[in-house]
Ligand binder design. Structure first.
Ligand code: BDR
Ligand code: CA
Length: 312
């Protein structure tokens, strides 16, 4: 079967980095490009980090594009408190030598979706949804051309990680999230409810290190770095590997389970801004607009991840 064509929209971030490595290590996927967005850290760092990760994967020919440097209507909120000053704190890394593409990420998204046959390109957003929403606003004709969007964002049972009510990616650009959730594109959502079950543990981290490769060591050191934050906050046994869930879903959807439900984005309330109001119990008649994932077979997920990272 021909590999599935994807575009990864991302704000690396250690967990974004692991997701990119997983995608680049997987022959089932054809990464048409990586579009960087402002999120965990500002855009100059996210586009640079994306290139660092491509080089680490031994794939410097991957095209990386810089996109929007601020949310649609709001000031950028970043997450250095989780990911460190560079966004990829932990191991020391050299600056990338591979080039950044000249084209704006939004124009790349539009051009690619127009050029590829209809419904053959899947979008994988791992950060705030600014690039995707901007492309949809600028070129609404591309919306029905998207095969599927599989994104990391939101929360229901786990509520918020950046505010009591909101998950980071949705909170940073709720207006963009609203556009995506209302777009009508088939949508799969990986909320905190599932990513908080994809926890690194000591044996899982050591399995990455035991690969004895540079990518394996980097993944172990990145997770070592950012797990301290979640362990202190949640008292959990490790840190959630949020963003790789998106790529793992494309490789093996049977690792996950969820419900087809309606999810609306809160864009007005100061108190609950960016909340994903998920009708998990189907108490309204609002039509389903996404598959909202709730569970993961974590051991299978980490087996897949370790096996694939080991191929790099
Ligand atoms: C999301 O926010 C970022 O900090 C992570 O990279 C992930 O995409 C989790 O809320
Ligand atoms: Ca991210």
């Amino acid at each position: 079967m021909a590999p599935r064509k994807i575009i990864i929209d991302t704000d690396p971030g250690q967990d974004d980095a692991v997701a990119i490595l997983l995608a680049l290590a997987s022959p089932e996927l054809d990464v048409l490009g990586i579009t960087a967005v402002a999120g965990n850290v500002p855009l100059p760092l996210t586009q640079k980090n994306a290139r660092i990760v491509c080089e680490l994967a031994g794939r410097p020919e991957t095209r990386v594009f810089a996109g929007c440097d601020a949310p649609l209507k709001r000031k950028l909120v970043t997450a250095e408190h989780v990911h460190g000053k560079t966004g990829l704190d932990g191991p020391k890394m050299d600056d990338p030598v591979m080039p950044l593409q000249d084209q704006h990420a939004v124009d790349f998204l539009i051009e690619t979706l127009r050029a590829e046959p209809e419904k053959t390109v899947t979008l994988c957003p791992l950060g705030p949804l600014t690039n995707i929403a901007t492309a949809f606003l600028k070129a609404p004709d591309i919306i029905p051309r998207v095969q599927e969007i599989v994104l990391m964002g939101g929360a229901y049972f786990e509520v918020g990680n950046i505010t009591p009510a909101a998950e980071f990616n949705i909170y940073v650009d709720p207006e963009a999230a609203e556009i995506v959730f209302k777009s009508g594109v088939p949508l799969v959502v990986m909320p905190l409810d599932v990513t908080h079950k994809a926890l690194t543990t000591r044996p899982r981290i050591e399995a990455f290190r035991a690969l004895g490769t540079k990518p394996g060591t980097m993944v172990a050191e990145w997770t070592d770095f950012f797990e301290r934050f979640d362990m202190e906050k949640y008292g959990s046994q490790g840190a959630p590997l949020h963003d790789p869930c998106v790529i793992a879903y494309l490789l093996d959807p049977y690792l996950f389970s969820g419900r087809e439900i309606n999810v609306e984005i809160e864009t007005t309330s100061e108190l609950t801004l960016g909340m994903t109001v998920a009708d998990w119990w189907r108490v309204t008649k609002r039509p389903a607009n996404c598959l909202f994932i709730g569970d993961i077979q974590a051991d299978g997920f980490f087996r897949l991840l370790t096996d694939r990272i080991g191929r790099l």
